[in-house]
Design a protein around this ligand. Structure first.
Ligand code: NCD
Length: 360
């Protein structure tokens, strides 16, 4: 893996439009070095990752396959630095590292690290880079993973950073697993094209929808429908991006009106950790943005229901047993696509595909 250097001043790098950051983040062949933003992934790369994830999950079915995968990057160590709560993203990255034989270290509570003694996050991250070969980080702060990538790129020991969720801004690897789930769900019925994807809930502060919307733009004729009361509607920046890319999209609060047209419904929870009881959004009635037995009746037989999880009551538990409920499989897909991303980042793609071919 060639080391990537972001060899421009931080303020200059920070101010670049997102698309112009991409060449600083990808290795040769458009493979990510740092994975920070959904803009780094085009359709070819998304298809490539899906193929690699499929190979890894097939290989992992046998003991000899598992042994093969475990030696791929057993000489590398990953640090999971999660200063914001996480279950699935943390565990799926942790499992992905184990599948590829990577040793892991973790900080989940900054009160147990030297940050508590007043050390800056920059210094902490530089410390991790002395002991590890990859940093996977989640933070409530928008842009922190980007800043850390820049700090590391300009340190004695540059190592890749993967953004596992940055504030209300981006969650690129969640969007990768969402796309992978859509690809697999529609693989026998023409693939991920000519579909209507309906996103519901807190689209203003939910970072998963923001990254997913960006990745969906890569696929032909995907209509994006954003369903929320005005206070939770998707940001102007996403709407402008969709307009600039000529994508067909719709902003509405009429959930039942769009449900019969949906090929995929992506439910999300209200992200109220970002406000308090006095916030005007707390007065908004969100009962019309929940998925239960009535909504199941309005949904096409071939459509799927997704959720990044955790859920509250926006999907009723009785929906779980419907064959269209995809969220548990979606969650497991996260482990495979994250393993694929790490394997790709560390240059193991061909070895995996060759092994798969030789052992079909
Ligand atoms: C999401 C997140 O953290 O943004 N969860 C996840 O990573 N699967 C969604 C959420 O917290 O609602």
């Amino acid at each position: 893996m060639r080391k990537m250097l972001i060899d421009i001043p931080w303020e200059t790098f920070r101010a670049l439009p997102l698309a112009e950051k991409v060449p600083y983040l990808n290795q040769a062949g458009c493979v990510p070095y740092h994975t920070l933003i959904a803009q780094q992934f085009d359709r070819a790369l998304l298809e490539r990752l899906g193929t690699l994830a499929n190979s890894i999950r097939t290989i992992a079915k046998t003991r000899s396959g598992t042994d093969f995968l475990r030696q791929l990057i057993s000489h590398k160590r990953a640090m999971l630095y999660f200063s914001q709560p996480s279950s699935r993203t943390f565990l799926s990255f942790y499992s992905a590292c184990q599948i590829l034989g990577m040793q892991t270290g973790e900080v989940r509570d900054t009160s147990t690290s030297s940050e508590f003694k007043g050390e800056s996050c920059e210094d902490s991250v530089r410390t991790f880079s002395s002991y590890f070969d990859l940093i996977i980080m989640r933070s409530p702060e928008k842009g922190l993973a980007e800043h850390m990538s820049w700090v590391l790129s300009n340190s004695d020991r540059p190592i890749p950073v993967i953004n596992a969720g940055s504030g209300q801004d981006q969650h690129p690897t969640q969007a990768l697993l969402d796309i992978y789930t859509l690809q697999r769900s529609f693989e026998r019925s023409g693939g991920l094209r000519d579909r209507t994807v309906v996103m519901v809930g807190d689209l203003a502060r939910g970072r998963t929808v923001r990254s997913l919307s960006q990745l969906l733009v890569n696929f032909p004729n995907i209509r994006q429908v954003f369903v929320a009361p005005p206070v939770f509607q998707v940001g102007q920046d996403i709407q402008e991006m969709l307009r600039a890319r000529g994508v067909d999209f719709e902003i509405t609060s009429d959930f039942h009106g769009v449900l019969p047209r949906a090929d995929a419904v992506y439910m999300t929870r209200i992200q109220d950790e970002w406000d308090d009881e006095t916030h005007p959004s707390r007065q908004v009635d969100i009962s019309a943005y929940k998925f239960g037995a009535r909504e199941l009746k309005l949904l096409r037989p071939q459509a799927i229901i997704m959720h990044p999880l955790p859920r509250r009551d926006e999907i009723a538990v009785e929906v779980d047993h419907d064959p269209r409920a995809m969220y548990w499989r979606q969650m497991r897909n996260g482990m495979w696509i994250r393993a694929a991303l790490i394997a790709l980042t560390f240059g193991c793609e061909n070895r995996v595909l060759d092994f798969h071919r030789a052992n079909l």
